[in-house]
Every structure is written in structure tokens, then in C-alpha cells.
Write a protein that binds this ligand. Structure first.
Ligand code: ADE
Length: 246
């Protein structure tokens, strides 16, 4: 496939799931959806159930050692993972046990040629598949979802908007929350007066440098009050000249 004079394939997500019909979901709308239409990125699904071999097409079984719930079988999931090996990018297993997803990880994933996203259901996946495949485990936060599909869509949303061209004319990056360790400053638009509330005067001044300083100060206030963890990282980066990776 040729795109803008290069032979490179667009960034490609391959989702291994028991619910292929859940994709693209919201990723088919808005800027991510426009990007899909314009072939700026691609989305493929691999139906894990298609790799079941018995007559009931079973994908799960009871856990060795007893206990509640069902575990996804290594032969079935393993075959699906093998079938994805030709698809670009590292294998990511969405799991509450994984490293917590953040903006830095989103930037890393956007640098890859794509991602293979393995979605589990039930109690999880037989540990041997995870070992054998070297899957990288990623969590989207400290709560338990009923499966990896919603988490995969969260990861893809955050990554796809960083791909060249997807955000169109919108400012890409610089001012946003988490870029530079600060949360975003407050935004206002017309009308300038609403239900007795007015817009901060400085924003109407047309004085770009004062606006910039005001926004920076508000972003700092909000970050210090709401997220001391980010605030301390921000201060540390400023102290060391911004060279600390986090
Ligand atoms: N699957 C279930 N819960 C999850 C979470 N918090 N993050 C990623 N995948 C999950």
C-alpha cells in the first residue's frame, strides 16, 4: 500500500477478542473515525472463538486448583496469538494486573508500527500463554472491568489521536493535560456573560503574553491542588531542566 509517496503501512491495531462486533465502537466516530476512513490508521479484529477446535467451540474451562469463574484456554488463545504474529507491533494484554497506562505509554505506542491488543474475559487467560508470548500487560486503572475490550478502546483512543494527521488542524499536544505534567487550564467561549458568570477579563484583552501567563498559572494551581503527584514531578523536571523521564 502506497501512501503519500511512502511504502509504509498505516499504523495498525489488531484486536484479539471474543467480541469483534464491539469494534470500532466509538473509534468509528469523531476524529479517530475520520482517520480510519482516510486510512491514517487501520483496525483489524481476530475472533478468538474462531480458533476453538472442539464441537462446542469452547474457549474457556474451569481453573485447575478450583475456585470461581472460568479461565481462557491456552490452546485456543495461543492459536489466536500465533495467527496475529504477522500483524505489526508488540502484543499487549489488557489486564488490571498490568502497568498503568499513561500519556508517556501512549506516545511510545504511537511510535510503534501498530499494536496487537489481547482482550480477556472471564477470570483471565491461562498464564502460560502470557509467558510464552511475552505479552506486555497494561491496565487502564485500578478497577476491574468485565473484559479487556473497553480498555483496548481507551488505549487506542489515546494513541490514535497522536498519529500524524489524525487531529487535523487542532493543536496536537503541547497545551494538553499531562503533556509537560500539568493539567489543563480552564476554557471559555461565547457568550462572555452566562447566568451572571463572566469570563476572566484577561482572556478578552487580546494580550497574548498575558493570556499565556494566566493559563500557565491556572494550570499550575489546578495541578498543585488536585494532583500532588504530577505537581511534584513537574517541579522536579523544572529543577533538572526537564530531562527526567517519567
Ligand atoms: N480488564 C479488566 N479490567 C481491566 C483494567 N482495569 N485495565 C485493563 N484491562 C482490564
Amino acid at each position: 500500500m502506497t501512501r503519500a509517496g511512502t511504502d509504509r503501512q498505516p499504523w495498525t491495531a489488531t484486536v484479539l477478542t471474543l467480541f469483534p462486533e464491539a469494534f470500532p465502537g466509538l473509534l468509528g466516530s469523531s476524529l479517530a473515525g475520520k482517520g480510519l476512513e482516510r486510512d491514517l490508521w487501520r483496525l483489524e479484529t481476530l475472533d478468538i472463538r474462531g480458533f476453538a477446535r472442539d464441537k462446542h467451540r469452547s474457549v474457556d474451562d474451569t481453573p485447575f486448583g478450583g475456585g470461581a469463574g472460568m479461565v481462557m484456554r491456552p490452546d485456543v488463545v495461543g492459536a489466536a496469538v500465533e495467527a496475529s504474529a504477522e500483524s505489526p507491533g508488540p502484543l499487549v494484554y489488557l489486564s488490571p494486573r498490568g502497568r498503568t497506562f499513561d500519556q508517556a505509554m501512549a506516545r511510545e505506542f504511537a511510535e510503534e508500527p501498530g499494536l496487537r491488543l489481547l482482550c480477556g474475559r472471564y477470570e483471565g487467560i491461562d498464564e502460560r500463554v502470557l509467558e510464552a508470548s511475552g505479552a506486555r500487560e497494561v491496565s487502564i486503572g485500578d478497577y476491574v472491568l468485565s473484559g479487556g475490550e473497553v480498555a483496548a478502546q481507551v488505549v487506542l483512543d489515546a494513541v490514535v489521536r497522536l498519529l500524524p494527521g489524525v487531529m487535523g488542524n487542532e493543536a496536537s499536544g503541547g497545551d494538553e493535560s499531562f503533556e509537560g505534567d500539568l493539567l489543563e487550564y480552564p476554557h471559555y467561549t461565547r457568550p462572555a456573560e452566562w447566568q451572571g458568570r463572566s469570563v476572566p477579563e484577561v482572556l478578552l484583552s487580546g494580550h497574548h503574553e498575558r493570556v499565556r501567563q494566566w493559563r500557565r498559572a491556572r494550570a499550575e494551581d489546578i495541578t498543585e491542588r488536585r494532583r500532588p503527584d504530577l505537581w511534584h514531578r513537574y517541579l522536579e523536571r523544572r529543577r533538572t531542566g526537564g530531562n527526567e523521564e517519567g
